[in-house]
Design a protein around this ligand. Sequence first.
Ligand code: BES
Ligand code: MN
Ligand code: ZN
Length: 490
Amino acid sequence: MKIHGSNTSLLDCAGDAIAIGLFENEINLVGELDQLNRRTEGTLQELIDETRFEGKLGCIVATRVGSSAPIRKILLIGLGKSEEFTLNSLRSNIASITRFWKKEHIKTLCLQFPIFDNNSSLTTEIIVEGLLLSLHQDNRFKSNSEDKILELQTINILGVGEQVEAINRAQIVCSGVIMARELVNAPANYINPITFAKVAEELANEYNLEIEILERDECVKLGMGAFLGVAQASDLPPKFIHLTYKPESIPERKIAIVGKSLTFDSGGLNLKGSSSGIEVMKMDMGGGAATLGVAKAIAQLKPNVEVHFICAVTENMISGCAIHPGDILTASNGKTIEVNNTDAEGRLTLADALIFAEKLKVDVILDIATLTGACVVALGDNISGLWSTDNNLINEIKTASEKSGEQFWQMPMEDKYFESLKSPIADMKNTGPRAAGAITAALFLKQFVEKTPWLHLDIAGTAWIDKENGVNNFGATGVPVRTLVNWLVK
Ligand code: BES
Ligand code: MN
Ligand code: ZN
Protein backbone atom coordinates (compact mmCIF):
# COMPACT_ATOMS: atom_id res chain seq x y z
CA MET A 1 0.00 0.00 0.00
CA LYS A 2 1.34 3.43 -0.97
CA ILE A 3 0.67 6.34 1.33
CA HIS A 4 1.68 9.86 0.51
CA GLY A 5 0.96 13.39 1.60
CA SER A 6 0.42 16.32 -0.76
CA ASN A 7 -1.00 19.77 -1.17
CA THR A 8 -3.22 18.65 -4.02
CA SER A 9 -6.52 20.49 -4.03
CA LEU A 10 -9.75 18.67 -3.33
CA LEU A 11 -10.77 19.60 -6.84
CA ASP A 12 -7.82 17.89 -8.47
CA CYS A 13 -8.31 14.61 -6.66
CA ALA A 14 -8.78 11.52 -8.72
CA GLY A 15 -9.47 8.01 -7.54
CA ASP A 16 -12.21 5.86 -6.12
CA ALA A 17 -13.17 7.93 -3.14
CA ILE A 18 -12.52 11.03 -1.16
CA ALA A 19 -13.15 11.28 2.58
CA ILE A 20 -13.68 14.77 3.96
CA GLY A 21 -13.73 15.52 7.69
CA LEU A 22 -16.15 18.26 8.75
CA PHE A 23 -16.73 19.86 12.14
CA GLU A 24 -20.17 20.12 13.63
CA ASN A 25 -21.83 23.41 12.68
CA GLU A 26 -19.22 24.03 10.02
CA ILE A 27 -20.87 22.14 7.23
CA ASN A 28 -21.67 25.03 4.94
CA LEU A 29 -20.27 24.35 1.54
CA VAL A 30 -17.86 27.19 0.96
CA GLY A 31 -14.65 27.54 -1.04
CA GLU A 32 -13.40 24.28 -2.51
CA LEU A 33 -16.34 22.37 -1.10
CA ASP A 34 -18.70 24.70 -2.89
CA GLN A 35 -16.81 24.16 -6.13
CA LEU A 36 -16.85 20.41 -5.61
CA ASN A 37 -20.58 20.59 -5.02
CA ARG A 38 -21.13 22.47 -8.26
CA ARG A 39 -18.93 20.13 -10.17
CA THR A 40 -21.02 17.22 -8.91
CA GLU A 41 -24.24 18.99 -9.81
CA GLY A 42 -25.24 19.60 -6.20
CA THR A 43 -24.75 16.01 -5.06
CA LEU A 44 -22.77 17.05 -2.01
CA GLN A 45 -25.47 19.39 -0.75
CA GLU A 46 -28.09 16.77 -1.47
CA LEU A 47 -26.17 14.25 0.58
CA ILE A 48 -26.02 16.63 3.53
CA ASP A 49 -29.72 17.46 3.28
CA GLU A 50 -31.00 13.97 2.72
CA THR A 51 -28.99 12.36 5.49
CA ARG A 52 -29.43 15.38 7.81
CA PHE A 53 -25.68 15.30 8.25
CA GLU A 54 -24.65 17.73 10.98
CA GLY A 55 -21.01 16.81 11.45
CA LYS A 56 -21.65 14.97 14.72
CA LEU A 57 -18.70 12.94 15.95
CA GLY A 58 -18.55 9.48 14.39
CA CYS A 59 -21.29 10.15 11.82
CA ILE A 60 -20.36 9.05 8.29
CA VAL A 61 -22.40 9.50 5.15
CA ALA A 62 -21.46 8.60 1.61
CA THR A 63 -22.72 9.00 -1.89
CA ARG A 64 -21.79 8.08 -5.41
CA VAL A 65 -21.06 10.96 -7.72
CA GLY A 66 -21.83 10.99 -11.43
CA SER A 67 -19.21 9.93 -13.91
CA SER A 68 -18.43 13.58 -14.74
CA ALA A 69 -16.21 13.81 -11.66
CA PRO A 70 -12.78 12.15 -11.44
CA ILE A 71 -13.86 10.42 -8.22
CA ARG A 72 -16.49 7.75 -7.66
CA LYS A 73 -17.57 8.33 -4.11
CA ILE A 74 -17.58 11.06 -1.53
CA LEU A 75 -17.58 10.33 2.21
CA LEU A 76 -18.35 13.00 4.74
CA ILE A 77 -17.09 12.35 8.25
CA GLY A 78 -18.46 14.18 11.26
CA LEU A 79 -15.69 15.36 13.56
CA GLY A 80 -17.86 16.78 16.35
CA LYS A 81 -17.33 20.28 17.72
CA SER A 82 -14.09 21.94 16.63
CA GLU A 83 -13.27 22.96 20.21
CA GLU A 84 -13.47 19.31 21.26
CA PHE A 85 -11.17 18.05 18.51
CA THR A 86 -8.43 15.87 20.03
CA LEU A 87 -5.83 13.44 18.75
CA ASN A 88 -8.02 10.64 20.01
CA SER A 89 -11.13 11.85 18.18
CA LEU A 90 -9.04 12.12 15.01
CA ARG A 91 -7.78 8.59 15.60
CA SER A 92 -11.21 7.07 16.13
CA ASN A 93 -12.56 8.93 13.11
CA ILE A 94 -9.92 7.40 10.91
CA ALA A 95 -10.74 3.99 12.34
CA SER A 96 -14.43 4.40 11.61
CA ILE A 97 -13.74 5.36 8.00
CA THR A 98 -11.73 2.18 7.51
CA ARG A 99 -14.52 0.09 8.93
CA PHE A 100 -16.94 1.86 6.63
CA TRP A 101 -14.99 1.37 3.45
CA LYS A 102 -13.52 -2.06 4.07
CA LYS A 103 -16.39 -3.58 2.13
CA GLU A 104 -16.53 -0.89 -0.55
CA HIS A 105 -13.82 -2.19 -2.90
CA ILE A 106 -11.98 1.10 -2.86
CA LYS A 107 -8.48 1.06 -4.37
CA THR A 108 -7.46 4.69 -4.20
CA LEU A 109 -8.54 7.09 -1.53
CA CYS A 110 -7.97 10.78 -0.83
CA LEU A 111 -8.38 12.11 2.69
CA GLN A 112 -8.92 15.67 3.76
CA PHE A 113 -8.88 16.39 7.47
CA PRO A 114 -8.27 19.52 9.52
CA ILE A 115 -4.71 19.91 10.81
CA PHE A 116 -4.50 19.28 14.54
CA ASP A 117 -2.81 22.02 16.54
CA ASN A 118 -1.27 23.51 13.37
CA ASN A 119 1.00 20.48 13.31
CA SER A 120 0.91 18.84 9.89
CA SER A 121 3.48 16.16 10.67
CA LEU A 122 1.74 15.07 13.89
CA THR A 123 -1.62 15.05 12.10
CA THR A 124 -0.16 12.97 9.28
CA GLU A 125 1.39 10.52 11.71
CA ILE A 126 -1.88 10.03 13.56
CA ILE A 127 -3.83 9.59 10.32
CA VAL A 128 -1.38 7.02 8.94
CA GLU A 129 -1.22 5.16 12.24
CA GLY A 130 -5.01 5.16 12.50
CA LEU A 131 -5.32 3.88 8.93
CA LEU A 132 -2.75 1.11 9.17
CA LEU A 133 -3.87 -0.14 12.56
CA SER A 134 -7.55 -0.17 11.79
CA LEU A 135 -6.96 -1.77 8.39
CA HIS A 136 -4.93 -4.54 9.95
CA GLN A 137 -6.93 -7.71 10.12
CA ASP A 138 -5.36 -10.96 11.19
CA ASN A 139 -6.48 -13.51 8.63
CA ARG A 140 -3.45 -15.80 8.91
CA PHE A 141 -5.53 -18.63 10.26
CA LYS A 142 -8.38 -18.46 7.74
CA SER A 143 -8.29 -20.76 4.77
CA ASN A 144 -10.66 -18.65 2.70
CA SER A 145 -8.35 -16.45 0.69
CA GLU A 146 -11.11 -14.01 -0.27
CA ASP A 147 -10.97 -12.71 3.28
CA LYS A 148 -7.32 -11.99 2.83
CA ILE A 149 -7.58 -9.52 -0.03
CA LEU A 150 -7.23 -5.90 0.95
CA GLU A 151 -8.04 -3.83 -2.07
CA LEU A 152 -6.92 -0.43 -0.86
CA GLN A 153 -3.69 0.40 -2.68
CA THR A 154 -3.10 4.13 -2.62
CA ILE A 155 -3.85 6.76 -0.02
CA ASN A 156 -3.32 10.46 -0.57
CA ILE A 157 -3.50 12.74 2.47
CA LEU A 158 -4.39 16.22 1.30
CA GLY A 159 -3.23 19.56 2.62
CA VAL A 160 -0.27 18.36 4.69
CA GLY A 161 2.61 18.58 2.23
CA GLU A 162 4.82 15.61 1.44
CA GLN A 163 5.49 14.40 5.01
CA VAL A 164 7.86 11.65 3.98
CA GLU A 165 9.38 11.44 7.46
CA ALA A 166 6.11 11.41 9.40
CA ILE A 167 4.65 8.74 7.12
CA ASN A 168 7.78 6.64 7.42
CA ARG A 169 7.81 6.92 11.20
CA ALA A 170 4.14 5.98 11.45
CA GLN A 171 4.70 2.96 9.19
CA ILE A 172 7.61 1.80 11.34
CA VAL A 173 5.69 2.22 14.59
CA CYS A 174 2.79 0.26 13.09
CA SER A 175 5.13 -2.53 12.00
CA GLY A 176 6.01 -2.94 15.69
CA VAL A 177 2.40 -2.78 16.85
CA ILE A 178 1.32 -5.31 14.24
CA MET A 179 4.17 -7.63 15.14
CA ALA A 180 3.02 -7.56 18.78
CA ARG A 181 -0.61 -8.13 17.75
CA GLU A 182 0.23 -11.07 15.53
CA LEU A 183 2.31 -12.72 18.22
CA VAL A 184 -0.53 -12.39 20.72
CA ASN A 185 -3.21 -13.50 18.28
CA ALA A 186 -1.31 -16.63 17.30
CA PRO A 187 -2.54 -19.45 19.55
CA ALA A 188 -0.32 -21.50 21.83
CA ASN A 189 0.06 -24.28 19.26
CA TYR A 190 1.71 -21.78 16.92
CA ILE A 191 3.58 -19.50 19.30
CA ASN A 192 5.32 -21.50 22.01
CA PRO A 193 8.70 -20.91 23.69
CA ILE A 194 10.57 -22.40 20.72
CA THR A 195 8.77 -20.45 18.00
CA PHE A 196 8.75 -17.27 20.10
CA ALA A 197 12.54 -17.53 20.36
CA LYS A 198 12.74 -18.09 16.58
CA VAL A 199 10.80 -14.89 16.00
CA ALA A 200 13.25 -13.01 18.24
CA GLU A 201 16.18 -14.53 16.36
CA GLU A 202 14.74 -13.54 12.99
CA LEU A 203 14.19 -10.03 14.28
CA ALA A 204 17.81 -9.87 15.46
CA ASN A 205 19.07 -11.09 12.08
CA GLU A 206 16.90 -8.75 10.08
CA TYR A 207 17.85 -5.61 12.02
CA ASN A 208 21.32 -6.42 13.27
CA LEU A 209 20.47 -6.65 16.95
CA GLU A 210 22.59 -8.61 19.39
CA ILE A 211 20.84 -11.70 20.68
CA GLU A 212 21.53 -14.18 23.42
CA ILE A 213 19.12 -17.02 24.16
CA LEU A 214 19.75 -18.86 27.41
CA GLU A 215 18.68 -22.51 27.39
CA ARG A 216 17.46 -24.33 30.48
CA ASP A 217 20.91 -25.46 31.67
CA GLU A 218 22.26 -21.92 31.46
CA CYS A 219 19.29 -20.66 33.46
CA VAL A 220 20.02 -23.39 36.01
CA LYS A 221 23.60 -22.11 36.30
CA LEU A 222 22.31 -18.59 36.92
CA GLY A 223 20.06 -19.96 39.65
CA MET A 224 16.79 -18.88 38.02
CA GLY A 225 14.71 -21.16 40.23
CA ALA A 226 11.56 -19.04 40.06
CA PHE A 227 11.44 -18.95 36.25
CA LEU A 228 12.42 -22.62 35.95
CA GLY A 229 9.83 -23.66 38.55
CA VAL A 230 7.09 -22.29 36.30
CA ALA A 231 8.66 -23.95 33.25
CA GLN A 232 9.07 -27.41 34.75
CA ALA A 233 5.68 -28.86 33.78
CA SER A 234 5.94 -27.95 30.12
CA ASP A 235 7.04 -30.48 27.50
CA LEU A 236 8.71 -27.58 25.72
CA PRO A 237 12.03 -26.07 26.80
CA PRO A 238 12.06 -22.59 28.37
CA LYS A 239 13.90 -19.85 26.49
CA PHE A 240 15.39 -16.79 28.16
CA ILE A 241 15.77 -14.14 25.48
CA HIS A 242 18.08 -11.14 25.73
CA LEU A 243 18.01 -8.90 22.67
CA THR A 244 20.08 -5.71 22.58
CA TYR A 245 19.89 -2.58 20.48
CA LYS A 246 23.01 -0.39 20.60
CA PRO A 247 23.16 3.00 18.88
CA GLU A 248 26.20 3.98 16.83
CA SER A 249 27.32 6.76 19.18
CA ILE A 250 27.62 6.69 22.99
CA PRO A 251 24.09 6.18 24.31
CA GLU A 252 22.35 8.89 26.35
CA ARG A 253 21.14 6.18 28.67
CA LYS A 254 20.61 2.46 29.03
CA ILE A 255 17.19 0.94 29.38
CA ALA A 256 15.88 -2.56 29.97
CA ILE A 257 12.40 -3.59 28.85
CA VAL A 258 11.19 -6.84 30.39
CA GLY A 259 8.05 -8.53 29.04
CA LYS A 260 6.03 -11.29 30.70
CA SER A 261 6.14 -14.12 28.16
CA LEU A 262 3.84 -16.99 29.08
CA THR A 263 2.89 -18.47 25.72
CA PHE A 264 0.05 -20.18 27.59
CA ASP A 265 -1.16 -19.87 31.15
CA SER A 266 -3.27 -22.85 32.23
CA GLY A 267 -2.90 -21.78 35.86
CA GLY A 268 -0.81 -24.86 36.67
CA LEU A 269 -2.20 -27.14 39.38
CA ASN A 270 -4.30 -24.18 40.54
CA LEU A 271 -5.90 -24.76 37.16
CA LYS A 272 -7.97 -21.99 35.62
CA GLY A 273 -11.63 -22.71 35.02
CA SER A 274 -13.44 -21.56 31.89
CA SER A 275 -14.81 -18.60 33.83
CA SER A 276 -11.28 -17.27 34.22
CA GLY A 277 -10.78 -17.15 30.48
CA ILE A 278 -8.38 -20.07 30.07
CA GLU A 279 -9.24 -20.16 26.35
CA VAL A 280 -7.65 -16.74 25.75
CA MET A 281 -4.53 -17.36 27.81
CA LYS A 282 -2.44 -17.42 24.64
CA MET A 283 -2.43 -13.67 25.30
CA ASP A 284 -0.29 -14.13 28.40
CA MET A 285 2.81 -13.29 26.40
CA GLY A 286 1.35 -9.86 25.56
CA GLY A 287 4.17 -8.17 27.50
CA GLY A 288 6.85 -10.13 25.66
CA ALA A 289 5.13 -9.56 22.32
CA ALA A 290 5.07 -5.81 22.95
CA THR A 291 8.73 -6.00 23.96
CA LEU A 292 9.64 -7.51 20.58
CA GLY A 293 7.33 -5.04 18.83
CA VAL A 294 9.18 -2.12 20.45
CA ALA A 295 12.49 -3.74 19.47
CA LYS A 296 11.36 -3.94 15.86
CA ALA A 297 10.44 -0.25 15.75
CA ILE A 298 13.51 0.92 17.68
CA ALA A 299 15.86 -1.03 15.42
CA GLN A 300 14.50 0.95 12.47
CA LEU A 301 14.16 4.37 14.11
CA LYS A 302 17.60 4.17 15.75
CA PRO A 303 17.36 6.49 18.78
CA ASN A 304 20.50 7.28 20.77
CA VAL A 305 19.68 4.97 23.69
CA GLU A 306 20.84 1.45 24.42
CA VAL A 307 17.89 -0.86 24.94
CA HIS A 308 17.91 -4.39 26.34
CA PHE A 309 14.82 -6.46 25.57
CA ILE A 310 14.27 -9.37 27.94
CA CYS A 311 11.70 -12.16 27.70
CA ALA A 312 11.71 -15.22 29.99
CA VAL A 313 9.55 -17.43 27.78
CA THR A 314 7.69 -20.54 28.92
CA GLU A 315 4.24 -22.06 29.37
CA ASN A 316 2.44 -22.60 32.67
CA MET A 317 1.23 -26.19 32.37
CA ILE A 318 0.21 -29.20 34.43
CA SER A 319 1.96 -32.56 34.55
CA GLY A 320 3.48 -35.00 37.02
CA CYS A 321 6.45 -32.70 37.43
CA ALA A 322 4.51 -29.47 37.87
CA ILE A 323 5.26 -27.34 40.92
CA HIS A 324 2.90 -28.25 43.74
CA PRO A 325 1.02 -25.49 45.45
CA GLY A 326 3.13 -24.86 48.54
CA ASP A 327 6.49 -25.57 46.89
CA ILE A 328 9.34 -23.22 47.74
CA LEU A 329 11.39 -21.77 44.86
CA THR A 330 14.64 -19.83 45.07
CA ALA A 331 15.11 -16.91 42.68
CA SER A 332 18.51 -15.96 41.22
CA ASN A 333 19.10 -13.33 43.92
CA GLY A 334 18.72 -16.00 46.62
CA LYS A 335 15.26 -14.96 47.79
CA THR A 336 12.87 -17.81 48.57
CA ILE A 337 9.23 -17.88 47.49
CA GLU A 338 6.45 -20.08 48.80
CA VAL A 339 4.22 -20.71 45.78
CA ASN A 340 0.82 -20.67 47.46
CA ASN A 341 -0.82 -20.30 44.06
CA THR A 342 0.65 -21.71 40.85
CA ASP A 343 -1.55 -19.37 38.81
CA ALA A 344 0.45 -16.36 40.04
CA GLU A 345 3.23 -17.53 37.72
CA GLY A 346 3.98 -14.34 35.77
CA ARG A 347 5.60 -12.67 38.77
CA LEU A 348 7.80 -15.76 39.28
CA THR A 349 9.16 -15.59 35.73
CA LEU A 350 9.54 -11.81 36.00
CA ALA A 351 11.45 -12.07 39.28
CA ASP A 352 14.40 -13.74 37.56
CA ALA A 353 14.07 -11.52 34.48
CA LEU A 354 14.17 -8.35 36.62
CA ILE A 355 17.23 -9.58 38.52
CA PHE A 356 18.93 -10.31 35.18
CA ALA A 357 18.01 -6.81 33.91
CA GLU A 358 19.46 -5.08 36.97
CA LYS A 359 22.76 -6.93 36.54
CA LEU A 360 23.11 -5.20 33.15
CA LYS A 361 23.61 -1.90 35.03
CA VAL A 362 20.93 -0.07 33.12
CA ASP A 363 19.57 3.33 34.15
CA VAL A 364 15.93 2.29 33.96
CA ILE A 365 13.97 -0.98 34.07
CA LEU A 366 10.46 -1.11 32.66
CA ASP A 367 8.34 -4.24 32.71
CA ILE A 368 5.17 -5.02 30.79
CA ALA A 369 2.93 -7.85 31.96
CA THR A 370 -0.53 -9.32 31.59
CA LEU A 371 -0.17 -9.80 35.31
CA THR A 372 -3.46 -9.75 37.20
CA GLY A 373 -7.18 -10.20 36.76
CA ALA A 374 -7.43 -7.69 39.61
CA CYS A 375 -6.07 -4.97 37.32
CA VAL A 376 -8.78 -5.78 34.78
CA VAL A 377 -11.39 -5.41 37.54
CA ALA A 378 -9.90 -2.09 38.61
CA LEU A 379 -9.28 -0.41 35.25
CA GLY A 380 -11.13 -2.35 32.52
CA ASP A 381 -9.91 -2.95 29.00
CA ASN A 382 -8.91 0.58 28.01
CA ILE A 383 -6.55 1.58 30.78
CA SER A 384 -3.34 -0.13 31.84
CA GLY A 385 -2.13 0.01 35.44
CA LEU A 386 1.15 1.79 36.12
CA TRP A 387 3.36 1.47 39.21
CA SER A 388 6.75 3.01 39.70
CA THR A 389 9.44 3.86 42.18
CA ASP A 390 10.48 6.93 40.20
CA ASN A 391 8.47 10.10 39.57
CA ASN A 392 10.52 11.25 36.57
CA LEU A 393 9.90 7.97 34.87
CA ILE A 394 6.18 8.20 35.55
CA ASN A 395 6.10 11.63 33.92
CA GLU A 396 8.07 10.41 30.93
CA ILE A 397 5.63 7.58 30.27
CA LYS A 398 2.60 9.80 30.83
CA THR A 399 3.94 12.34 28.33
CA ALA A 400 4.69 9.63 25.79
CA SER A 401 1.15 8.29 26.19
CA GLU A 402 -0.46 11.63 25.38
CA LYS A 403 0.60 11.30 21.78
CA SER A 404 -0.08 7.58 21.51
CA GLY A 405 -3.60 7.74 22.93
CA GLU A 406 -2.92 4.61 24.98
CA GLN A 407 -4.09 5.15 28.54
CA PHE A 408 -2.30 4.45 31.82
CA TRP A 409 -3.34 5.08 35.39
CA GLN A 410 -0.86 5.36 38.19
CA MET A 411 -1.64 2.97 41.01
CA PRO A 412 -0.29 3.11 44.55
CA MET A 413 2.84 1.26 45.56
CA GLU A 414 1.56 0.75 49.09
CA ASP A 415 4.44 -0.96 50.89
CA LYS A 416 2.29 -1.82 53.89
CA TYR A 417 0.30 -4.25 51.74
CA PHE A 418 3.41 -6.37 51.35
CA GLU A 419 2.60 -7.74 54.80
CA SER A 420 -0.06 -9.91 53.18
CA LEU A 421 2.69 -11.65 51.18
CA LYS A 422 4.69 -12.64 54.27
CA SER A 423 5.26 -16.37 54.56
CA PRO A 424 5.85 -18.28 57.79
CA ILE A 425 8.29 -20.59 56.02
CA ALA A 426 9.96 -18.67 53.15
CA ASP A 427 10.93 -15.05 52.44
CA MET A 428 7.58 -14.38 50.84
CA LYS A 429 4.51 -16.00 49.28
CA ASN A 430 3.69 -15.32 45.64
CA THR A 431 0.03 -14.49 46.32
CA GLY A 432 -1.86 -12.37 48.83
CA PRO A 433 -5.62 -12.13 49.40
CA ARG A 434 -8.06 -11.04 46.68
CA ALA A 435 -8.07 -7.46 47.94
CA ALA A 436 -5.62 -5.16 46.14
CA GLY A 437 -4.39 -8.07 44.02
CA ALA A 438 -2.82 -5.88 41.34
CA ILE A 439 -0.95 -3.85 43.97
CA THR A 440 0.42 -6.86 45.85
CA ALA A 441 1.60 -8.27 42.49
CA ALA A 442 3.53 -5.03 41.85
CA LEU A 443 4.96 -5.18 45.39
CA PHE A 444 6.10 -8.74 44.77
CA LEU A 445 8.00 -7.61 41.64
CA LYS A 446 9.54 -4.73 43.59
CA GLN A 447 11.36 -7.29 45.77
CA PHE A 448 13.49 -8.17 42.77
CA VAL A 449 14.67 -4.67 41.80
CA GLU A 450 17.19 -3.32 44.25
CA LYS A 451 18.03 0.23 43.30
CA THR A 452 17.42 0.87 39.60
CA PRO A 453 14.49 3.22 38.83
CA TRP A 454 11.72 0.85 37.78
CA LEU A 455 8.26 1.08 36.25
CA HIS A 456 5.70 -1.70 35.94
CA LEU A 457 2.78 -1.80 33.51
CA ASP A 458 -0.06 -4.26 34.07
CA ILE A 459 -1.69 -4.78 30.66
CA ALA A 460 -3.93 -7.74 31.60
CA GLY A 461 -7.01 -5.75 30.55
CA THR A 462 -5.57 -3.84 27.61
CA ALA A 463 -3.51 -6.40 25.68
CA TRP A 464 -6.65 -8.00 24.35
CA ILE A 465 -10.19 -6.89 23.61
CA ASP A 466 -13.12 -9.03 22.67
CA LYS A 467 -15.06 -6.21 21.07
CA GLU A 468 -14.22 -3.40 18.68
CA ASN A 469 -13.58 -0.27 20.72
CA GLY A 470 -13.29 2.42 18.07
CA VAL A 471 -9.56 2.15 17.50
CA ASN A 472 -8.81 -1.55 17.78
CA ASN A 473 -10.32 -4.50 16.02
CA PHE A 474 -11.19 -7.70 17.89
CA GLY A 475 -8.19 -9.45 19.44
CA ALA A 476 -4.73 -8.23 20.35
CA THR A 477 -4.17 -4.48 20.62
CA GLY A 478 -0.38 -4.16 20.62
CA VAL A 479 -0.53 -2.01 23.78
CA PRO A 480 1.86 -0.39 24.87
CA VAL A 481 4.16 -0.45 21.81
CA ARG A 482 3.26 3.03 20.57
CA THR A 483 3.76 4.66 23.95
CA LEU A 484 7.13 3.05 24.51
CA VAL A 485 8.38 3.94 21.04
CA ASN A 486 7.32 7.57 21.65
CA TRP A 487 9.14 7.42 24.95
CA LEU A 488 12.38 6.10 23.45
CA VAL A 489 12.36 8.07 20.19
CA LYS A 490 11.77 11.74 20.86
N1 BES B 1 -2.23 -14.28 33.32
C1 BES B 1 -3.00 -14.09 34.48
C2 BES B 1 -3.61 -12.70 34.58
C3 BES B 1 -4.62 -12.33 33.53
C4 BES B 1 -5.98 -12.36 33.83
C5 BES B 1 -4.23 -11.91 32.29
C6 BES B 1 -6.91 -11.98 32.87
C7 BES B 1 -5.15 -11.53 31.33
C8 BES B 1 -6.49 -11.55 31.63
C9 BES B 1 -2.12 -14.29 35.71
O1 BES B 1 -1.08 -15.20 35.56
C10 BES B 1 -2.99 -14.84 36.79
O2 BES B 1 -3.46 -15.92 36.63
N2 BES B 1 -3.18 -14.07 37.84
C11 BES B 1 -3.99 -14.48 38.92
C12 BES B 1 -3.25 -14.14 40.18
C13 BES B 1 -3.90 -14.70 41.41
C14 BES B 1 -3.75 -16.20 41.45
C15 BES B 1 -3.23 -14.07 42.60
C16 BES B 1 -5.30 -13.73 38.82
O3 BES B 1 -5.27 -12.54 38.46
O4 BES B 1 -6.33 -14.31 39.05
MN1 MN C 1 -1.72 -17.22 35.95
ZN1 ZN D 1 -0.36 -15.44 33.66
